[in-house]
Design a protein around this ligand. Structure first.
Ligand code: NCD
Length: 465
């Protein structure tokens, strides 16, 4: 199986570094001298390659920059004007679509409104699949653009330099897929993450749980809002294992340190309200616009303002000529970084060892009658996909409690009971997970679900004479 890029975790830190080295090399050879963040010309690296873009949602930057990247590498692109022009409009499933398109292209770039759609595509295609955004879930290549822009703007020598970064994530943190990929990358690189969501649009719970469990992030509540504080900070995450974070971590004991973080913000990463995903547009009124007026605070004089774009009112046009506003450069680097990703993923420099699929080491759970993902936006809820997708989960915690993660949308669920199919009994003791044979176990989120399925408590059975 080839490597696909479905989430930002599909690239290790070493691999991120390799992609950035390739990107630097591409810029050194192909940058426009007048605007050194822009690529010009056409290389001859991908003459035998075809990229297919399958976009089931609107796009300007992601689709065009992927297509431009493949063209500039010397390869070809096949696409369709929109999803209404593909057989998806006739009810074709994702699995069937990619098993057809893999015969026409060497790599598939897919955008889809369902969370986990790219995982389905990657499971069924025999060519690499790159997730160009799956609902609110993830958008890993936007994160590559974001990190690469920071690497260039801050003159970073290596990824280790991210551990000195204080970055504000601002706006719709609930539905913004760019934020969901970025926050995991920043946590992995040990940046200090300052969350400033629009009220009601905080990071989803499964994301904050992962920050703490999987990335060793420590959540530090800001001190009570004080007069003069203009940022309604919701939470700050730090990874205290890094040397730089040791000092910031001190603010848990000494709140004064927190002020230092907030007065030394290197980046404002602004996002729009994702109204197409259910965000109420009326929240726009309460949205502090990031513009010249906001940025005139002395301590922001060396900060940078980033945005994945499009902007719809949250970012002032008056920042466009301000060197601190780097969002158009960020969009331009999208071509460089996607050229670099394609070069690495498709082994265009012919090292002979294209990256292989990454195996997840977590144990799996699957049962057709047990718990199912109840995220309404999960790909497993689509009628076209339910015909063949199994309800599969990773077991991410199994000591004091059992927590499952949907393999597709990555929502997490705490399990209330472990059932034994052969006895039609359930237990609320998490230790039962380990002792129940895999092919005899069934998991339920609520006790009531087990009862509804006809299971009785093993404690009750034991009490029977
Ligand atoms: C983002 C997206 O589609 O998630 N745009 C992009 O790819 N650059 C952000 C957005 O639409 O708000």
């Amino acid at each position: 199986m080839p490597r696909s890029i479905v989430t930002i975790d599909d690239l290790s830190n070493d691999e991120l570094e390799q992609v950035f080295v390739i990107a630097d090399d591409i810029l050194a050879r192909m940058a426009d001298p007048a605007r050194p963040y822009r690529i010009r010309g056409r290389a001859k690296l991908a003459e035998d390659q075809i990229l297919s873009t399958l976009f089931f949602e609107p796009s300007t930057r992601t689709r065009f920059s992927f297509e431009s990247a493949m063209e500039r590498l010397g390869g070809g692109v096949i696409s369709s004007p929109n999803s209404a022009a593909t057989s998806a409009a006739k009810g074709e499933s994702i699995a069937d679509t990619v098993r057809v398109v893999e015969n026409y292209a060497d790599v598939i770039v897919m955008r889809h409104p369902a969370e986990g759609a790219a995982r389905v595509a990657a499971d069924y295609a025999c060519v690499p699949v790159i997730n160009a955004g799956d609902g609110s879930h993830e958008h890993p290549t936007q994160t590559l653009c974001d990190l690469y822009t920071l690497h260039k703007e801050r003159g970073m020598k290596s990824l280790a330099d991210f551990s000195g970064l204080n970055i504000v994530l601002y706006g719709d943190l609930k539905h913004g897929r760019t934020v969901h990929s970025l926050v995991f990358a920043l946590a992995r690189l040990r940046a200090c993450i300052i969350l400033v969501p629009v009220k009601g649009l905080e990071l989803p719970e499964h994301v904050t749980r992962r920050l703490q469990r999987d990335y060793d992030c420590v959540a530090a509540m800001p001190e009570k809002p004080s007069p003069g504080r203009d940022l309604p900070v919701d939470m700050i995450y730090v990874t205290p294992k890094g040397p730089h974070q040791q000092t910031i971590y001190g603010f848990l004991d000494a709140p004064a340190e927190l002020k230092n973080v907030l007065s030394d913000i290197h980046v404002f990463y602004v996002t729009r309200l994702q109204t197409e995903r259910g965000t109420d547009a009326s929240g726009r009124g309460a949205y502090q616009k990031i513009d010249n007026e906001f940025m005139k605070k002395k301590s922001y004089k060396d900060s940078r303002v980033m945005h994945p774009l499009p902007r719809v009112g949250e970012l002032g046009y008056d920042l466009d000529d301000d060197p601190r506003g780097v969002y158009f450069k960020q969009a331009a680097y999208g071509v460089t970084v996607r050229m670099a990703l394609l070069t690495w993923l498709l082994d265009l420099t012919k090292t002979g060892t294209p990256p292989a699929a990454r195996e997840c080491e977590l144990p799996e759970y699957c049962h057709k009658d047990g718990i199912q993902c109840n995220n309404p936006a999960c790909v497993t809820r689509l009628a076209t996909e339910q015909q063949y997708i199994e309800k599969e989960f990773w077991i991410v915690e199994q000591k004091d409690s059992i927590v499952l993660r949907c393999m597709y949308c990555e929502y997490e669920y705490t399990i209330a009971c472990v059932g034994r199919v052969s006895k039609r009994e359930y237990s609320t003791d998490p230790a039962q997970l380990k002792v129940t044979p895999r092919n005899d176990r069934i998991l339920f989120a609520q006790v009531q679900d087990a009862v509804n399925a006809g299971y009785t408590s093993s404690a009750e059975s034991a009490a029977l004479p």
